[in-house]
Design a protein around this ligand. Structure first.
Ligand code: AMP
Ligand code: ZN
Length: 135
């Protein structure tokens, strides 16, 4: 896609700190890392986010992510990692070319996890019943 920054990175029109690539996917370091070693994994052909991600590439994607995540863990001596994906504006997606964040985590990085809300059993069941209608 012409105006997509990540398509430009894949084409080599914009520089990136490449980690690894194969025929389908490309991995490079996030320019503003949450922790050192924060890597992104993107499909080589443009799609917007998870909902239009091609089914044919899903299995290979997980293998690719695991390969990069293991390398990031070893290289940074991390205690864990977050695998994240922001889908749409409301969820924090800024670049609209599907991408997965691999963020190394350390026991003492003080980043915590995302906030949680109280929810009654009745509310849980109500929203579950709404979701189930669409499955
Ligand atoms: P998201 O908020 O999930 O859309 O994340 C987009 C990510 O892309 C952010 O973490 C940015 O720091 C990262 N990013 C944007 N431009 C570049 C770039 N040219 N090279 C590497 N990472 C980038
Ligand atoms: Zn793109």
């Amino acid at each position: 896609m012409v105006d997509c920054i990540f398509c430009k990175i894949i084409k080599g029109d914009i520089p990136s700190t490449k980690v690894y690539e194969d025929d389908e996917f490309y991995s490079f370091l996030d320019i503003s890392p949450v922790n050192k070693g924060h890597a992104l994994v993107i499909p080589k052909h443009h799609c917007r986010n998870l909902l239009d991600f091609p089914k044919a590439e899903e299995t290979d994607l997980m293998e690719f992510i695991k390969k990069v995540a293991k390398a990031v863990m070893k290289a940074t001596d991390a205690d864990g990692f977050n695998l994240g994906m922001n889908n749409e504006d409301a969820a924090g997606q800024v670049v609209f070319h599907a991408h997965f964040h691999i963020i190394p985590r350390f026991n003492d990085d003080n980043l915590g996890s995302w906030p949680s809300k109280k929810c009654s059993e009745e509310e849980l069941e109500k929203v579950r019943d709404e979701i189930v209608k669409y499955l």
